[in-house]
Each structure stands twice: as C-alpha cells, then as structure tokens.
Write a protein that binds this ligand. Sequence first.
Ligand code: APR
Length: 265
Amino acid sequence: MASYHSGPMIPIPRAGPGRDFAPLELRRTDRVFVLTGAGISAESGVATFRDANGLWEKHRVEDVATPEGFARDPRLVWRFYSERRAQIAKVRPNPAHVALAKLEEALGDGLFLCTQNVDPLHELGGSRRVHHMHGELCKTRCERCARPAFDDARQYVDSEEPVRCELCGGRLRPAVVWFGEIPLGMDSIFAAVQDCDLFLTVGSSGAVHPAAALVSHLRNHPSPRTGRYARTIYLGLERPENAHSFDECRLGKAGELLPSLFALR
Ligand code: APR
C-alpha cells in the first residue's frame, strides 16, 4: 500500500525530564519571547485551570468567565473574582518568577515577557515589563465609559447591587479578558514573536487560543531579521496539547527548572 504523509514532516519534540537537557545557551544580544501560563504560579499556591482540582473543575466557564455570564449574574462573577483577589493577596512569587526577572535584568529589551496569567506574581518577583494578554485580576474597568482600567483589589461580595462606575454609572467589571473577547496587545505580541531567536512557553496546557498558536507561527516563518527559525522550548509538568510545535519539551516544575535553564554567554 503506498505510503504518504499529509504535509511537511513536523519533527516530534524531544521530550523528557528537564534535568536531562543542557542549559539553553543565550547571548546578551538574543531576543527571547517567554509565554507563561498558570503552571508558573502553581508552586506559589495559585490554582491552575485544567489540572485536577483546577478552577474549571469547580466553576462553569460560561457562568464566571464570559460576557454573557456577567450580564446574567454580575454578583456571581464578582464573587468568583473577589475570591481569587483574596487568595492572590496571600501568595508570593516562586523561584520561577524570580528567574525571569533576572533574565530581564540580563537581556533588557531583548526579553518580551507575555503572560496569560492575571495574577501580579511576575511583578512581585521583580519583572518590570509584563504583557498581561488576558488582563489583570487586581484591576477593574467600566463596561460603559472609556476610563482606563484602574488598580482595585477590593472584594465585591456583599454588594446587593452591581458595582457602579462613579463617573458614568455603568457597571464595573474585573479588567480581565473573558472567553469570546480579544486578548490585549496582540499586535505587539505577534511582532515580538516574529522577531525572537528563542520562544519559551512555561506551564501552559496549550488549550486556549490565540496564545497556544503563537509557537506554531514560528514553525513556518523564519525571523525576517535573521532568516533563521527560532528555537522553541516548552517547560512544564506534562506535554502540552501543542507539544508538536516545540523543538523540546523539558518536563518538570517551573520553580525547579527555570533558575538553571539559561546559560548566558
Ligand atoms: N510547573 C510547570 N508547569 C506546571 C506546574 C508547575 N509547578 N503545575 C502545573 N503545570 C502545568 C500543567 O501541567 C498544565 O499543563 O501548567 C499547565 C496549566 O494549564 P492550564 O491550567 O490550562 O492553564 P493555562 O494554560 O495557563 O490556561 C490558559 O485558559 O482558562 C483560560 O484564561 C485562562 O489564562 C488561562 C488560559
């Protein structure tokens, strides 16, 4: 029977325990794109979404993380985010967050740190330029007027009425991106992805787009700046759904692997 393959052969990633891989050699002139997911905050005690006992096992996404859910029951949504705000106030960054802050010190603008997480742990770990593509838990914005999202760690659990904007009377909502909404800063994110020499994802199941598809863009597009294909690395507890898009899957805990991942030349 004739054998055939259905298109370009995509190399299966080298996958195995992170300790079995050599450190990633980096020059201080290299451009690095890092995408983090809930897994980087897990060792700080922050619940992930799709692991056992994750947030989506306890709550229906459509009730607490969609515009329709908010329109249906704003108090339920505010209770969900207020519980997460209360929990976040008690946690601290772990060695993985600190390692990325040190990488920013070494690379400066050469590092583009993009996170799917809405927690402030990258900032608390020392990172100064963090792109929160899914928004920020401890910020609130108005549904109606154009006032910018503002810092707000309040927990709106007792208010009978929906929380109102004091400027226009519109409903206030958590400044996070819900399912069905467009992530923030995608133009600058795509530009940084196309321009990187190394693409690293840390602790993300690869289940949610467009974040999960960023790496696959690099499989078919060499950097316009160097003409070379970026190296793509996954670091996390288990192979992600988009494992086929990575050169390597280094398996293990972020807090244990990230501090010794890079060898800066
Ligand atoms: N170190 C590294 N990886 C870990 C660790 C750890 N200590 N603990 C868990 N992980 C991995 C899990 O194996 C899993 O693959 O982190 C990943 C977490 O996956 P998800 O819970 O799906 O979180 P994430 O990929 O960030 O979700 C993306 O989905 O629900 C939306 O908006 C939400 O930003 C979120 C998006």
